[in-house]
Design a protein around this ligand. Structure first.
Ligand SMILES: Cc1cc2nc3c(=O)[nH]c(=O)nc-3n(C[C@H](O)[C@H](O)[C@H](O)COP(=O)(O)O)c2cc1C
Length: 188
């Protein structure tokens, strides 16, 4: 178990993975973290479809034209699905569940990358979400938020630095206010 701040600084999107399959324990921990993420009104509209079959992952790659590189070597893919009829906050719920899963993967020393599906297109007539729903036989009222690619890291990425935060993105009380103490306490 690592220090949470350190874990957050070290998490980077990983798009190249080794062949090793995830263990049962690793999968269990990632799923557990996704399932206990905060949920608006505790409605819990999310569903997770696990895809481990290489041929099926290859079919998922076709869901959109760009941005699917992480799926090419991922050994485990989570399809993050939600039911908009169950909650108007399904996008937020699905996103938080996905982020929890990614942080859990980092804590296990694994790599992960978010592959956006919502708002993306398979072709002129079909959205990426519709393509995936047909492929995986997901009920029509569901929506696909993203695909999460997981695996053992096969690339190194520099961690973020607590010394180089974008503190200009932080405002105090009013938009124009950014008092000196923020600079003093947020920079080292
Ligand atoms: C909503 C969202 C959509 C993303 N979509 C993709 C994607 O389709 N393909 C991809 O390779 N990375 C995708 N990413 C990963 C981002 O490119 C990445 O988080 C960003 O470049 C910052 O890098 P970092 O994750 O290493 O901090 C997405 C991330 C988010 C949060």
């Amino acid at each position: 178990m690592t220090d949470l701040q350190d874990l957050i600084l070290h998490r980077r999107s990983i798009r190249k993975f080794k062949d090793r399959l995830l263990t049962f324990e690793e999968k269990r921990a990632i799923l557990c973290s996704a399932l206990v993420a905060p949920s608006s009104k505790n409605r819990r509209p999310c569903r997770l479809v696990l895809v481990e079959d290489r041929e099926m992952i290859n079919k998922l790659i076709r869901c959109k034209l760009i941005g699917t590189l992480p799926l090419e070597t991922a050994t485990w893919v989570l399809v993050v699905v939600a039911d908009p009829t169950q909650s108007e906050a399904w996008i937020e719920d699905a996103s938080i569940a996905a982020a929890f899963a990614q942080l859990q993967a980092e804590d296990l020393g694994l790599g992960s990358c978010w592959v956006q599906v919502r708002g993306r297109d398979y072709d002129e007539e079909t959205s990426s979400s519709e393509y995936i729903k047909k492929l995986l036989e997901i009920p029509s009222q569901m929506e696909v938020e993203c695909l999460l690619a997981f695996g053992e890291k096969d690339e190194e990425r520099k961690p973020y630095s607590a010394e180089k935060l974008q503190i200009d993105k932080i405002h105090l009380n009013k938009w124009q206010h950014r008092p000196a103490w923020i600079e003093k306490t947020m920079t080292y």
